[in-house]
Design a binder for this molecule. Sequence first.
Ligand code: TXA
Ligand code: MG
Length: 367
Amino acid sequence: MKTTVIKIDRDAPCRALLLPAAEALKEGGLVAFPTETVYGLGAVWNRPDAVRAIFEVKGRPQDNPLIVHERSVEGMKKYFAQWDEVADTLCRAFCPGPFTLIMKHRKGLCSPVTAGLDTIAVRVPEHPVSRLLIELCGEGVAAPSANISGRPSPTNAADALEDLDGKVPFIIDGGSCDYGVESSIVSWVDGKLELLRPGGISAEMIEECLAMNGIKLELTRSGAAVSGDEEMRPRAPGMKYRHYAPRAKVHVLSGADMAARLEAVKEAIYQTAGGSVSAFYISDALAELAAPYFEAAGVIPDLVLTFSEEERHQEAAKGLFAAFRTLDRLGANHIWAEEQELSEVGAAYMNRLLKAAADESRGPLKL
Ligand code: TXA
Ligand code: MG
């Protein structure tokens, strides 16, 4: 199959350019498209064959359900068995945006998106291109991240093409994603509110929203550390370990302050010296301090990717998956990525980084 990349203006997407992709979706095809979080691999949610093709193309386990993307909060309601104050409050606050709600689905709803569960995940993206695509389709669009299972989620069209070239008719290129990590997933089932996967909407934001609306409810942070990822079996966090992962081995660079982090960089250079290719994903401030050491050790400048120290959590999260893929292409054997605090989107960044770094079989770094 030939894959056509449709380049489109993120902020003023042209209908005529998107129409062929919308038609392909309506006819049961798959289309990769940008959202504000990561690129999605979409199919019309109520076409079982098309949805099944998503699982096939990604190599995704059949029992891992998908998220349906809708145009509005109103549009979300038709999937669920009921709609209550908690759902309404959270969705009014965080939709459109990087927020996915899981609740019991309505009776009779039958689609492979649920993987046989009695719940369904729905979100309303805020990215203008995904919004227009859903509108042109006239139906909800089921979409996991547009990567082959286990690989880092694509956050730009080139990275989506790397995994999907020849496998889908269209990839829509709307530039780089704003968040770079997948949506926050909140489950509201049987009176229990759980954050299954941290994302752009933090646990603190959700708690504040509940409090402001006078709702006394505890939010369990089930996914705060390392669950909620691609191959996780729903409701059984931490069953598998390494995801979002590049081919290179991933390590976390930690340290309480800049001086400690610089020491950690020196240690990383020392540990991975001798034939293996080391790469870094660190703040521009740390990179500046470490520059003389990189130079002395012969670390290739292209292998030091940086994010801005300003708004560091957001910046770090935004570029993480793209950095993984870029450094893979450059042949890195080891990637050292700088730790972030667990506040705001820093929690989402650390969740993805720890998942990428985890590997039971490998244990600590030995060279
Ligand atoms: O930001 C995002 O959410 C992106 C963009 C494309 O929208 N999508 C995304 O989808 O990350 P995916 O399939 O890569 O991750 C969805 C996660 C999976 O871990 C899946 O197990 C979980 O959501 N999930 C979906 N439906 C569920 C359900 N009914 N119960 C529990 N977990 C569910
Ligand atoms: Mg995924």
